[in-house]
Design a protein around this ligand. Structure first.
Ligand SMILES: Cc1cc2nc3c(=O)[nH]c(=O)nc-3n(C[C@H](O)[C@H](O)[C@H](O)COP(=O)(O)OP(=O)(O)OC[C@H]3O[C@@H](n4cnc5c(N)ncnc54)[C@H](O)[C@@H]3O)c2cc1C
Length: 468
């Protein structure tokens, strides 16, 4: 295997496994910080050139900043609240490197766009995305890394790591087609994502996990090989083993992430026509994952039901209906039940109970309004506006997986550590491969920034530590 005559076996100064935000950031940062002559950097990716970049390919890359371009305090608090394993040092390191990382992206031709924050009720403020999204980043940074001298090996898959007993990582075992090789190296940055592409493992860990659709490129190619390889040479893990960022989507649509969130303002019912979850315990950005998980546990398909009054009183509803498929409409709840293939009497009873349980306070779909239910189970915490006015509307909702939570444990500067907290010399990890979040709630819009910040840091650390 070779790139323009360069033998894949090396020796290399750095091998980067993975071609997303974290891996490309590491490769470019390493090369920019390199002080020796002719750096030897290899980037290996199991995907083809057309599918390179895993989850990074599918994202608009949206995140929240302070007006001064830093990490908002409440984002750090959200991560801390959902991240039992995160040390304060890791979060301090994250916050400290955000401004420099953004300046570095801009200097390398990746700018920011301001986003509409209206649907992020509990995370208001300054939402941004990378101009060109994740796919634009991949093209820009792959070109930049190539210009700085990196070699790319596509359709080459990580199999394992070579480590001296108790000592340094010295090599990477790979397979490309029929060919297997050991790549010799001074340092390795693992950036190969989580295990969202391992459906059998997901089924073992998440109730209903076998029902998840591998909808995104990342959720097909990221099978946890990097996590397994590092664990085999002694790395510790962190993050919630059954945790994952799940998205509620319209299963009929082929769009990327055809998110459906209108159930917040109406009700969500199972195939029998019964409610099974508090639809509005939080706003969408903090609650969507829990609701998608509840849908999985309920058989993998549910229906969001609203009426004409709720629709008219909730302009924001349209923005959380990102499907290209038609809304199912009926003049009565019984007719709607017929269209959805469920028993009319059950859905009528569900709606009647819900309507009767709503407290009599004003409805405001633009904020968590406290218009809750009393006396029914599950309760609904906000936006319990009775559903009485035809036309009644429904959309099917299923769950897609974006990424998993459990991964490798690292220190504050991306070195992979073992169970005793000792670093494994020569081994770094960044991005989704690092386990961080605990629980079901994913702090929205934190992964991209995390992959960029710690990918850059990993490249810089490796560059300094392997300096000739
Ligand atoms: C639809 C969608 C929308 C999202 N939106 C947002 C958002 O708006 N904001 C946000 O913060 N986060 C978002 N995320 C999450 C975010 O995109 C990811 O956390 C981020 O892209 C992860 O980057 P990464 O570099 O760690 O991994 P990835 O981008 O997944 O890259 C992993 C790379 O490793 C390669 N690879 C995998 N296995 C192997 C192997 N065995 N050998 C060699 N190579 C391998 C893959 O081909 C890929 O190139 C979204 C995710 C999805 C799926």
């Amino acid at each position: 295997l070779s790139d323009n005559g360069v033998d894949i076996r090396g020796p290399w100064d750095l091998i980067v496994v993975g071609h997303g935000f974290a891996g490309l950031s590491a490769a470019v940062a390493f090369l920019e910080s390199w002080s020796g002559t002719a750096p030897r950097v290899a980037v290996v990716d199991r995907a083809s050139v057309d599918e390179r970049g895993g989850s990074t390919r599918s994202t608009t890359a949206t995140f929240r900043l302070t007006d001064a371009g830093g990490l908002p305090d409440d984002v750090a608090q959200l991560i801390r609240a959902s991240a039992g394993a995160a040390t304060d040092g890791y979060l301090r390191s994250f916050a400290a490197h955000v401004p420099a990382t953004l300046a570095w992206l801009a200097a390398n031709g990746v700018g920011l766009l301001r986003r509409d924050a209206a649907v992020a009720l509990e995370a208001p403020g300054n939402w941004n995305s990378l101009a060109g999204g994740g796919a634009g980043f991949i093209d820009t940074y792959a070109e930049r890394a190539t210009g700085l001298g990196a070699r790319f090996f596509y359709q080459v898959e990580l199999l394992g790591l070579e480590r001296e007993p108790g000592g340094r990582v010295t090599g990477v075992r790979v397979r490309g087609g029929e060919f297997e090789a050991v790549m010799e190296t001074s340092a390795v940055v693992l950036a190969s994502g989580g295990f969202e592409g391992d459906l059998e493992e997901l089924a073992r860990r998440i109730p209903g996990g076998e029902l998840l659709e591998p909808a995104f490129v990342g959720a097909r190619v990221n099978t946890g090989a990097g996590i397994a390889a590092a664990t085999a040479v002694g790395a510790a893990r962190s993050g919630q083993p059954d945790g994952a960022c799940l998205l509620p989507v319209d299963p009929r649509s082929d769009l990327v992430a055809p998110v459906v969130g209108n159930w917040q303002w109406g009700i969500l019912v199972d195939l029998d026509g019964r409610r099974f979850v508090d639809e509005a315990e939080h706003g969408f950005e903090l609650h969507a994952g829990s609701v998608a998980k509840a849908i999985l546990a309920r058989g993998g398909l549910a229906f969001a039901v609203t009426d004409a009054t709720v629709r008219a009183a909730t302009p924001m509803l349209e923005r959380l209906q990102r499907t290209d498929q038609p809304v199912i409409i009926a003049d009565s709840i019984r007719e709607l039940a017929d269209r959805l293939g469920m028993k009319g009497a059950v859905l009528e009873r569900t709606v009647a109970d819900y309507n009767a349980a709503a407290v009599d306070v004003p409805y405001d779909g633009d904020r968590l309004d406290g218009k809750r239910t009393v006396g029914i189970s599950p309760a609904k915490s906000n936006w319990a506006h009775p559903l009485t006015e035809p036309p009644f509307e429904a959309l099917p909702v299923a769950a897609q997986i974006a990424f998993t939570f459990e991964g490798l444990r690292v220190d504050d500067t991306t070195h992979v550590v073992d169970e005793s907290g000792q670093t494994i010399p020569g081994l770094y990890a960044a991005g989704e491969i690092v386990g961080l979040y605990d629980g079901d709630t994913y702090p929205a819009g934190t992964s991209v920034l995390r992959a960029l910040v710690f990918g850059r840091l990993a490249g810089r650390e490796a560059s300094v530590e392997t300096r000739p």
